[in-house]
Design a protein around this ligand. Structure first.
Ligand SMILES: O=C(O)CCC(=O)C(=O)O
Ligand SMILES: [Fe+2]
Length: 296
């Protein structure tokens, strides 16, 4: 008999019921132990054709927003440079993006990690063609310094829209257990070629959902196969840590011009992204640095 029957801890009892209903207990244990898990399509209660619609909607959005043609996603050997341009903020492009963000199995795992008050904070695609390089190990929980590792502050749920069968597909890779470090990677830890940390690849068939604690270190490998890897990335966050007054927007310019401390305190927040684009890497740098040390 489960403890949930006592109904003494409603926020958890609800989750326990859903985890049993959706057969997610293994995935919750993997999230705790490894910092990531992959839910296979058969557990995701997907509407017929969901992953095909999602993949087509991503390709259509990329072609429309960037005024390009991507060709056959299974066989293309070249990818236009701007296939990932304007790739944030997709809900209004197609209702399949709303289905993806609100899938009940996805939300059960999100709420396990972030609590019932979790909020949806972003949705973006990755299209990755033959020869596209990987990216180094990093945490997605930007700005959270060491000491913050006992709970998840944000998480990532990624819909896998094409099969990730081997390293040649250019998959995401993860350092298992790294969510416990509760910090960003340091420069000498980040390169997959010589990092001292072991990592495991995200191998999954199309229609799977990969879920990770945002603090779990991850990277991606170079894609050598033809065709595109297509992924829908979704972020959710805890609802705290937002300013009462957003001085980055409303602090009078003349006051900031007279006082450089005031300008610094007003901040230049990384979020929200202003124009659907990944921000300039120079703008992200200070936020990543803030995740390396409590005094950073
Ligand atoms: O799989 C990849 O290309 C890496 C994606 C990534 O870093 C992310 O979704 O946060
Ligand atoms: Fe990431």
């Amino acid at each position: 008999m489960s403890l949930a029957r006592h109904k003494a801890y409603p926020d958890v009892d609800r989750l326990m019921g859903q985890m049993e209903e959706f057969d997610l207990l293994l995935h919750v244990v993997e999230l705790e132990a490894y910092g990531m898990t992959v839910v296979p399509p058969e557990k995701l209660a997907l509407a017929p054709g969901f992953v095909e619609r999602l993949r087509d909607a991503i390709i259509a959005a990329s072609e429309k927003r960037n005024n390009i043609e991507l060709g056959n996603y299974k066989t293309a050997t070249a990818m236009p440079n701007d296939a990932n341009g304007s790739n944030w903020d997709l809900l209004e492009e197609d209702e399949v993006f709303v289905e993806a963000a609100t899938n009940p199995i996805c939300l059960t795992l999100v709420r396990w990690l972030l609590g019932q008050s979790a909020i949806f904070t972003g949705q973006t695609w990755i299209i990755k063609g033959q020869g596209v390089e990987g990216i180094p190990l990093h945490s997605d929980a930007h700005g959270l310094p060491p000491g913050s590792g006992s709970i998840a502050h944000m998480c990532n749920t990624s819909w896998i829209c094409t099969d990730y069968t081997s390293a040649a597909d250019g998959p995401t890779v993860f350092v298992p257990g790294s969510h416990r470090y509760g910090r960003a990677t340091l420069p000498h830890e980040a390169d997959l070629a010589d990092t001292p940390y072991s990592f495991l690849p995200l191998i999954a068939e199309a229609g799977s959902l990969a879920v990770w604690n945002g603090a779990t270190w991850h990277a991606s490998e170079r894609r050598t196969n033809p065709g595109f890897r297509v992924t829908l990335v979704q972020n959710y966050m805890r609802s705290y840590m937002r300013p009462q007054i957003d001085y980055s927007v409303c602090c009078p310019t003349d006051l900031m011009e007279k006082n450089s401390e005031l300008e610094r305190l007003a901040g230049k927040p990384l979020y929200p992204y202003a124009d659907r684009r990944n921000p300039d890497p120079e703008r992200i740098k200070p936020f990543i640095h803030a995740g390396t040390d409590p005094f950073a």
